[in-house]
Design a protein around this ligand. Structure first.
Ligand code: FEO
Length: 168
Protein backbone atom coordinates (compact mmCIF):
# COMPACT_ATOMS: atom_id res chain seq x y z
CA UNK A 1 0.00 0.00 0.00
CA UNK A 2 1.57 3.29 -1.02
CA UNK A 3 -1.20 5.84 -0.60
CA UNK A 4 0.60 8.66 1.24
CA UNK A 5 -2.52 10.32 2.65
CA UNK A 6 -3.90 7.04 4.00
CA UNK A 7 -0.57 6.03 5.54
CA UNK A 8 -0.30 9.42 7.24
CA UNK A 9 -3.85 9.12 8.57
CA UNK A 10 -3.03 5.69 10.01
CA UNK A 11 0.19 6.92 11.59
CA UNK A 12 -1.68 9.92 13.02
CA UNK A 13 -4.32 7.61 14.50
CA UNK A 14 -1.59 5.36 15.94
CA UNK A 15 -0.32 8.40 17.85
CA UNK A 16 -3.87 9.43 18.79
CA UNK A 17 -4.44 6.01 20.39
CA UNK A 18 -1.32 6.52 22.52
CA UNK A 19 -2.55 10.03 23.36
CA UNK A 20 -5.88 8.45 24.35
CA UNK A 21 -4.05 6.16 26.78
CA UNK A 22 -2.26 9.21 28.19
CA UNK A 23 -5.56 11.09 28.68
CA UNK A 24 -7.24 8.11 30.39
CA UNK A 25 -4.18 7.65 32.58
CA UNK A 26 -4.45 11.29 33.70
CA UNK A 27 -8.18 10.79 34.41
CA UNK A 28 -7.31 7.66 36.39
CA UNK A 29 -4.76 9.56 38.47
CA UNK A 30 -7.34 12.27 39.20
CA UNK A 31 -9.88 9.61 40.30
CA UNK A 32 -7.29 7.95 42.56
CA UNK A 33 -6.48 11.31 44.12
CA UNK A 34 -10.19 11.94 44.72
CA UNK A 35 -10.62 8.53 46.42
CA UNK A 36 -12.55 6.77 43.69
CA UNK A 37 -10.43 3.58 43.42
CA UNK A 38 -12.96 1.77 41.24
CA UNK A 39 -13.12 4.63 38.74
CA UNK A 40 -9.31 4.88 38.82
CA UNK A 41 -9.11 1.16 37.99
CA UNK A 42 -11.65 1.46 35.17
CA UNK A 43 -9.77 4.33 33.55
CA UNK A 44 -6.42 2.59 33.99
CA UNK A 45 -7.87 -0.48 32.21
CA UNK A 46 -9.14 1.86 29.49
CA UNK A 47 -5.61 3.24 29.07
CA UNK A 48 -4.34 -0.36 28.64
CA UNK A 49 -7.02 -0.96 26.01
CA UNK A 50 -5.92 2.17 24.12
CA UNK A 51 -2.33 0.91 24.09
CA UNK A 52 -3.63 -2.35 22.64
CA UNK A 53 -5.38 -0.33 19.90
CA UNK A 54 -2.11 1.51 19.23
CA UNK A 55 -0.23 -1.80 19.00
CA UNK A 56 -2.79 -3.17 16.55
CA UNK A 57 -2.27 -0.16 14.26
CA UNK A 58 1.49 -0.30 14.74
CA UNK A 59 1.59 -3.97 13.74
CA UNK A 60 -0.45 -3.28 10.63
CA UNK A 61 1.79 -0.38 9.60
CA UNK A 62 4.94 -2.43 10.20
CA UNK A 63 3.50 -5.35 8.23
CA UNK A 64 3.00 -3.10 5.22
CA UNK A 65 6.56 -1.77 5.62
CA UNK A 66 5.65 1.71 6.80
CA UNK A 67 8.22 3.64 8.79
CA UNK A 68 6.08 4.23 11.92
CA UNK A 69 6.65 7.59 13.56
CA UNK A 70 5.99 8.70 17.14
CA UNK A 71 4.94 12.32 17.51
CA UNK A 72 4.77 14.57 20.58
CA UNK A 73 1.85 14.32 22.99
CA UNK A 74 0.35 17.32 24.76
CA UNK A 75 0.22 17.33 28.56
CA UNK A 76 -3.21 15.94 29.48
CA UNK A 77 -5.76 17.75 31.63
CA UNK A 78 -5.17 16.80 35.26
CA UNK A 79 -8.10 18.35 37.13
CA UNK A 80 -11.80 17.59 36.83
CA UNK A 81 -14.76 18.98 38.73
CA UNK A 82 -16.79 15.76 38.88
CA UNK A 83 -17.04 12.14 37.73
CA UNK A 84 -19.65 13.26 35.22
CA UNK A 85 -17.18 15.70 33.66
CA UNK A 86 -14.62 12.89 33.32
CA UNK A 87 -17.01 10.54 31.55
CA UNK A 88 -18.54 13.28 29.40
CA UNK A 89 -15.07 14.23 28.14
CA UNK A 90 -14.23 10.55 27.62
CA UNK A 91 -17.34 10.15 25.46
CA UNK A 92 -16.42 13.24 23.42
CA UNK A 93 -12.94 11.81 22.96
CA UNK A 94 -14.35 8.50 21.73
CA UNK A 95 -16.58 10.34 19.25
CA UNK A 96 -13.43 11.96 17.85
CA UNK A 97 -11.80 8.53 17.52
CA UNK A 98 -14.87 7.25 15.65
CA UNK A 99 -14.75 10.24 13.32
CA UNK A 100 -11.04 9.64 12.65
CA UNK A 101 -11.70 6.02 11.65
CA UNK A 102 -14.58 7.09 9.43
CA UNK A 103 -12.13 9.35 7.59
CA UNK A 104 -9.68 6.43 7.28
CA UNK A 105 -12.49 4.18 6.00
CA UNK A 106 -13.60 6.83 3.48
CA UNK A 107 -10.08 7.26 2.12
CA UNK A 108 -9.49 3.48 2.00
CA UNK A 109 -12.70 3.03 0.01
CA UNK A 110 -11.73 5.83 -2.38
CA UNK A 111 -8.43 4.14 -3.24
CA UNK A 112 -9.85 0.58 -3.11
CA UNK A 113 -7.51 -0.39 -0.29
CA UNK A 114 -9.47 -3.41 0.98
CA UNK A 115 -6.88 -4.41 3.58
CA UNK A 116 -7.01 -1.04 5.32
CA UNK A 117 -10.80 -1.15 5.04
CA UNK A 118 -10.81 -4.37 7.07
CA UNK A 119 -8.62 -2.73 9.73
CA UNK A 120 -10.89 0.33 9.88
CA UNK A 121 -13.93 -1.93 10.09
CA UNK A 122 -12.52 -3.65 13.20
CA UNK A 123 -11.96 -0.28 14.88
CA UNK A 124 -15.36 1.13 13.88
CA UNK A 125 -17.06 -1.94 15.38
CA UNK A 126 -15.00 -1.44 18.53
CA UNK A 127 -16.04 2.23 18.66
CA UNK A 128 -19.75 1.30 18.91
CA UNK A 129 -18.92 -0.46 22.18
CA UNK A 130 -16.58 2.30 23.39
CA UNK A 131 -19.18 5.04 22.92
CA UNK A 132 -21.98 2.89 24.39
CA UNK A 133 -19.91 2.16 27.51
CA UNK A 134 -19.26 5.83 28.28
CA UNK A 135 -22.82 6.79 27.39
CA UNK A 136 -24.18 4.19 29.84
CA UNK A 137 -21.88 5.42 32.60
CA UNK A 138 -23.04 9.02 32.09
CA UNK A 139 -26.70 7.92 32.24
CA UNK A 140 -26.01 5.97 35.44
CA UNK A 141 -24.35 9.02 37.01
CA UNK A 142 -27.35 11.15 36.03
CA UNK A 143 -29.69 8.63 37.71
CA UNK A 144 -27.54 8.50 40.84
CA UNK A 145 -27.71 12.30 40.98
CA UNK A 146 -24.93 12.63 43.58
CA UNK A 147 -26.46 10.16 46.05
CA UNK A 148 -23.61 8.95 48.31
CA UNK A 149 -24.84 5.34 48.30
CA UNK A 150 -25.24 5.36 44.51
CA UNK A 151 -21.76 6.77 43.92
CA UNK A 152 -20.27 4.19 46.31
CA UNK A 153 -21.95 1.40 44.33
CA UNK A 154 -20.89 2.99 41.00
CA UNK A 155 -17.26 3.03 42.15
CA UNK A 156 -17.46 -0.58 43.39
CA UNK A 157 -18.88 -1.68 40.03
CA UNK A 158 -16.05 -0.01 38.09
CA UNK A 159 -13.50 -1.74 40.30
CA UNK A 160 -14.48 -5.01 38.56
CA UNK A 161 -13.14 -4.05 35.14
CA UNK A 162 -10.11 -5.91 33.94
CA UNK A 163 -8.78 -5.45 30.41
CA UNK A 164 -8.20 -8.60 28.45
CA UNK A 165 -6.94 -8.45 24.90
CA UNK A 166 -9.92 -8.94 22.58
CA UNK A 167 -9.87 -11.26 19.60
CA UNK A 168 -8.40 -9.24 16.76
FE1 FEO B 1 -8.95 3.39 20.90
FE2 FEO B 1 -11.10 4.37 22.78
O1 FEO B 1 -10.50 4.22 21.06
Amino acid sequence: MDNKKLLELLNKQYNFEIESAYIYKAMSLWAAKENWPGVANFLHQQALEEMFHASKLQNYLLDIDYDVKLTSIAEPKAEYSSLKEVFTEALEHEKQVTSNFMEIMKEAKEVSDYQTEIQAQWFLTEQVEEEATFNDLILTLERINDSAAGLFQFDAQLAQRSFSKPQA
